[in-house]
Design a protein around this ligand. Structure first.
Ligand code: M6R
Length: 366
């Protein structure tokens, strides 16, 4: 059932091109003119009046929400707040019928996420669920459901659920932009055309795994790894760091690169691995200076950058390139090397990759 892969996690990492294709299937309009989401039935008046979106979830799904915030705000120009579900449900959020609450959950059974959904409904908000399990509790209780078509995810560490959740965030962002006339036809078409190319580009990233194995051979005994990035790259850094912690048991932290100077830089010393995400053209120069900053403390820098931003090679010790795409879509490609890095670290350290200690696939208790 692992299709010849050593672990479910590796199989699921490699299933991502297919999973993304299925999640897009039937949802992109012909001629790339926009998206069609038949499953979302928010009344027109409510769409017009909607003035705030909340995204709430746990763990990896929360990290997908962090990317979702950037996407929806930049495409649809509606303010978005993202909350960890176990915080959201107890903080008495300011919700009303002009709020849309998006809950994200692979299993659709996470106790805190389900409780957050119920709290949102109690306060009169419209709830849209993004989930991978048909007829799960979250799917049954939400007003609208947008399924990720990742297929069953067995490994505790979430991979294909995350990338398909990201795809749903693009679909929702484009959908809302379309309904509210927030995005011009040119940019819509460009993003939709790039979305279509994502499965092929993910396959290309998967074929370039050898650099990662080299790095792992050298650093599998390190005590700590730092992940840095700005904007969307910061959100991806958080996901990369969680992946490494949960399956390889190496201490890892993610920082907004601009925050380094405000404390964390004190921890950067000789040979500490720093994974620097630099996929965003707008923020590229700023990231280069952060890379120089940690290099000056003799850190080992592995950069993840987009083709076309090759200047990073002058500063970093190693660069993992992702194919060129619209910068808003970069997270889907940038997370792949981070998933593989966590996987190979865990294997090198003889950890139980699919069943990490102390964790369960579905957290149905609080
Ligand atoms: O099923 P859910 O998406 O609601 O699960 C949420 C988290 O428990 C889950 O993403 C967890 O963080 C993963 N083990 C991360 O890889």
């Amino acid at each position: 059932e692992k299709d010849g892969y050593a672990h479910f996690m590796l199989k699921e990492i490699h299933e991502q091109p297919r999973a993304i294709k299925d999640t897009l299937s039937g949802r992109i309009a012909a001629g790339d003119s926009g998206v069609t989401l038949k499953e979302i039935n928010i009344p027109e008046e409510q769409l017009r009046e909607m003035n705030k979106i909340f995204i709430t979830a746990c763990g990896t799904a929360y990290h997908a929400g962090l990317v979702g915030k950037h996407i929806i705000e930049s495409l649809a120009r509606i303010p978005v707040e993202v909350d960890i579900a176990s915080e959201f449900r107890y903080r008495n959020p300011l919700l009303d019928r002009n709020s849309l609450v998006i809950v994200v959950s692979q299993s659709g059974e996470t106790a805190d996420t389900l409780a957050a959904l119920r709290e949102a409904k109690r306060k009169g908000a419209r709830v849209l669920a993004v989930t991978n399990v048909v007829d799960s509790s979250v799917a049954r209780e939400a007003d609208d459901v947008l399924y990720t078509w990742a297929g069953p995810e067995i490994a505790v560490a979430s991979t294909k659920a995350y990338t398909t959740q990201l795809v749903c965030m693009y679909l929702i962002g484009l959908y809302l932009a379309q309904q509210r006339g927030a995005l011009g036809p040119g940019e819509t078409a460009e993003i939709v055309a790039e979305l279509r190319k994502l499965p092929g580009k993910v396959s290309a990233v998967l074929e370039n795994g050898s650099d990662i194995e080299n790095f792992v051979r050298q650093y599998s005994n390190c005590g700590s790894v730092f992940y840095i990035g700005r904007g969307l790259d910061h959100a991806v850094a958080m996901e990369g760091s969680l992946k490494l912690k949960e399956i390889s048991y190496i201490h890892a932290e993610a920082y907004a690169a601009g925050e380094l100077k405000h404390g964390t830089l004190a921890l950067i010393e000789k040979d500490v691995p720093v994974i620097a995400l630099a996929t965003q053209a707008d923020l590229f120069e700023k990231m280069l200076s952060n890379i120089k900053e940690v290099k000056a403390r003799d850190a080992v820098v592995v950069a993840v950058a987009m083709r076309g931003l090759e200047e990073v090679a002058k500063e970093a010790d190693q660069v993992m390139y992702i194919p060129r795409t619209h910068q808003v879509l970069a997270p889907v490609l940038a997370v792949i090397p981070l998933q593989l890095l966590a996987y190979h670290m865990a294997v090198a350290r003889n950890c139980d990759v699919d069943q990490p200690r102390n964790l369960a696939k579905s957290v149905t208790v609080e």
